[in-house]
Design a protein around this ligand. Structure first.
Ligand code: NAI
Ligand code: CS2
Length: 489
């Protein structure tokens, strides 16, 4: 059967304008999911079109995604990205991927050996927040994480991304090879610092000399990554097939907007991604905080309160003037004041742009998808700004309602009594807690005591606890739509 590598594609498909056979796997990427396909790989593709460079990507999925890798191989590692605006779609064939590996197919050893190959200069990651095996509140390695416990017992045959990176670096050190840069592209506050902390904590536990070598030889640039890339659906794949002229099971649809701000701190060279629109800066942390609090914070707010209010997609929530207003107010009144941005940053324009992006009706971004893994997301999306307002005595009702929305959502039952398919690494704990306390403020109080989410400080702040309990009660008594409307008065 024909595919994107063999078929004659429709003329509107933009195709790679470079010699793919000259590319080398100088980047190993962990996490060939939806986002990377439409972000780093696409930036790399555009950079390759505009330069003579040989930076190719070897794609690895450590958890799941076997079918995607099989399909990618069947089409010579080519796939398409559809950039869907409100009224037009651009379609691009991406050629930057050189090869792929999966531990299920080739085994752990082959993956480790790939990462240890001399030409590999960057190991990048989109492995979701939980992939760092870090305590969300402290950002340090969670030594009780089951993957980490198992890897510590067998560090030479790891399963976690952290274990793979440390073992690959050990092999490089033992072979007198240069190290590689570890570049996180996940939505984690100070993602490079969290990656470094998890890797260094783990390395110290297995070999202190190796830990010192890593400390001196590896860099962990922080990055701010932004592009809304919903999980693929049958509809998006059908649409892509009709635009391309042939089915592409690896195709992915996303919004036209994209942004990538990268700390320029690489040990072994890097592609000129700026040629494709990325920005290299010395300090990326303010941009990360801005994006995590204003975009992701309001996204989580809309996801929990939107799902509970009966909205399946973010764009659906934007049709309700109260949700729209509350999201904007949350950005401008709760999140923006907590930021410390370089002079000239226009947060008001940023907030307006975010509301426009959320409104894009062509993008079917499920509230359920964003609601996933809240235990990993809430601390970094809402925690910093909550602490800011508590210290300043300022208004934080949107943040309290966001936290309450999350708590009500993870009860696993919607406002009509239907089951919610809650996905979260802490799901067992949540289920046990709700089974015992029921949907009640008692459950909310117990959730507020979880240190990995709220730290040791927030549960002691009576103002915070009372505001969340009141918001939770409001949600239980009147429902999410009423609760969101109450924020707009
Ligand atoms: P996805 O579900 O399509 O892919 C998840 C990827 O993470 C898969 O490749 C999987 O193999 C890997 N993974 C999952 N658990 C892992 C673990 N414990 N250890 C190692 N690898 C693991 O999700 P998607 O959309 O690609 O998002 C991935 C991450 O990218 C997000 O969590 C976020 O941090 C970041 N991101 C996503 C954006 C989006 O709009 N989709 C935008 C900006 C950032
Ligand atoms: C979303 C993000 O799934 C989520 O939690 O908030 O993936 C969001 O779409 C991206 O960060 C946009 O860059």
């Amino acid at each position: 059967m024909d595919n994107v590598a063999t078929a004659k594609l429709n003329p509107q498909v933009q195709q790679p304008q470079y010699a793919r056979q000259h590319l080398k796997s100088r980047i190993v990427h962990l996490g060939f999911g939806a986002f990377h396909r439409a972000h780093q790989a696409l930036f790399t593709d555009e950079m390759l079109t505009k330069t003579e460079s040989d930076w190719g990507i070897c794609e690895i999925n450590l958890f799941g995604g076997e079918a995607l890798i099989t399909q990618l191989r069947a089409q010579d590692h080519l796939y398409t990205v559809a950039e869907k605006g409100a009224d037009k779609t651009d379609i691009k064939l991406i050629g930057a991927v050189t090869e792929s590996l999966h531990p299920t197919f080739e085994g752990q050893e082959a993956v480790l050996e790939k990462m240890a190959e001399p030409q590999v200069a960057i190991v990048s990651m989109t492995i979701t927040e939980k992939g760092y095996c870090a305590d969300p509140a402290s950002g340090r390695l969670d030594k009780e994480n089951p993957l980490i416990k198992a890897d510590l017992a067998h560090p030479q045959s790891p399963d976690s991304a952290i274990g793979y990176i440390v073992e690959a670096l050990r092999r490089r050190r033992d072979r007198n090879l240069t190290a590689f840069t570890v570049m996180s592209c996940d939505n984690v506050q100070e993602n490079g610092h969290v990656a470094r902390a998890a890797i260094m904590d783990y390395a110290h536990l297995i070999d202190t000399e190796l830990a010192s070598w890593i400390e001196s030889n590896v860099t962990f640039p922080c990055t701010m990554v932004d592009r809304i890339v919903p999980a693929a659906t049958a509809e998006t794949l059908d649409e892509i097939a009709s635009l391309v002229g042939v089915a592409d099971p690896c195709g992915i649809a996303c919004e036209p907007f994209r942004q990538w701000v990268i700390e320029d701190n690489f040990v072994n060279g890097r592609p000129d991604w700026d040629i494709a629109g990325a920005e290299f800066v010395t300090d990326v942390v303010p941009y990360e905080e801005m994006k995590l609090r204003m975009l992701n914070g309001s996204h989580s707010f809309l996801a929990y309160l939107g799902y509970l209010g009966g909205y399946a997609h973010i764009s659906d929530t934007m049709t309700n003037p109260h949700y729209r207003q509350a999201a904007y107010d949350m950005m401008m009144q709760a999140q923006a004041p907590s930021l410390n941005m370089p002079e000239g940053t226009d947060l008001e324009s940023y907030a307006r742009l975010l509301i426009d992006r959320f409104t894009n009706p062509s993008l079917k971004h499920q509230t359920w998808q964003i609601a996933m893994d809240g235990s990993q997301k809430i601390p970094q999306r809402l925690g910093g700004s909550l602490r800011y307002h508590l210290a300043n005595g300022s208004e934080f009702s949107w943040l309290a309602m966001g936290v309450a929305g999350w708590m009500r959502y993870i009860a696993g039952q919607d406002e009509q009594g239907n089951t919610i398919d809650v996905r979260d690494p802490m799901i067992d704990q949540f289920q046990a807690l709700y089974a015992q306390a029921g949907i009640s403020t008692q459950a909310a109080r117990q959730l507020l005591a979880l240190e990995s989410i709220f730290g040791t400080d927030l549960p002691k702040e009576a103002k915070f606890v009372n505001a969340v309990i009141d918001a939770y009660q409001h949600l239980c008594d009147h429902g999410a739509r009423h609760a969101v409307a109450s924020l707009c008065q």
